[in-house]
Design a protein around this ligand. Structure first.
Ligand code: CTP
Ligand code: CA
Length: 222
């Protein structure tokens, strides 16, 4: 892929990307997590750097390799990801939330390893995490805020609902029911959805999709 750097279409733009999953502690050895590899978010960060942007990647637990050229803040939990994202958002122009954030977190994480013989480990009380994408979008001002939607069915309809509810500028709807799309794959089948437009994209590499998303995002502000 071409490295355009200072001459690229994103030169002078500051881009925040959230990526990877999150781990929500039950106790010091156990957590609630998900299947995110971080590949799509890392591809976005790499593409943004290559297109000339100044990038902050806020990355939760992920197996994807991060190039040394991508400035990265590593986090574990949804709460830490929110904090790091809020901070980087302050001087960002574009935010893209590609992270698979845990939807729920334990209310009372134990400070010691729970013993199943003596303590309750079969029931864990959970509370909903804060929505990072919606929080950024609610404070966006002139900034562009883009989210993802990981769906197995009714992909476009659910994504349109998320676009409206989270009040962002665009949603990349991702069909995670396919073998060639979603968690851990190197390709994605997606739709680019804005208020009033739906663009169905062919299945393509996460690197190509990343470029497409960033160029589309630039077109949103003009
Ligand atoms: N998201 C977020 N913070 C959360 C939950 C989700 O920032 N606590 C963001 C994701 O990064 C993604 C978008 O919201 O950009 C949609 O995430 P998704 O999991 O598809 O949707 P949810 O709103 O969590 O709904 P559900 O999982 O029930 O489909
Ligand atoms: Ca979710």
């Amino acid at each position: 892929e071409a490295v355009l750097g200072a001459h690229g279409p994103l030169a002078g733009k500051r881009v925040l990307i959230t990526a990877g999953g999150t781990h929500e502690a039950i106790d010091p050895v156990r957590y609630i997590g998900n299947r995110s590899s971080g590949k799509m978010g890392v591809a976005l960060a790499r593409a943004a750097v290559n297109l000339g942007a100044e990038v902050t990647l806020v990355l939760g637990p992920a197996t994807a390799a991060v190039p040394a050229s991508v400035p990265t803040v590593r986090v574990e939990s949804a709460a830490q990801m929110l904090e790091a994202a809020r901070c980087a958002f302050e001087d960002a122009d574009i935010a893209i939330c590609a992270a698979a954030v845990a939807d729920y977190t334990p209310v009372h994480p134990a400070d010691h390893k729970l013993k199943k013989a003596y303590e309750r480990l079969d029931v864990v009380e959970l509370t909903e995490t804060e929505d990072i994408l919606a929080t950024l979008a609610a404070n966006k001002g002139e900034r562009i805020v883009i989210g993802f939607a990981a769906e197995t069915d009714n992909v476009v309809a659910y994504a349109q609902d998320k676009l409206a509810r989270k009040d962002c500028d665009a949603i990349v709807a991702n069909d995670v029911s396919r073998a060639d799309s979603g968690f851990g794959t190197d390709t994605n089948k997606a739709w680019w959805i804005t208020r009033g437009t739906i663009e169905e994209l062919p299945c393509m590499s996460k690197d190509d999709l990343a470029r497409k998303i960033l160029l589309n995002a630039c077109g949103l502000d003009a």
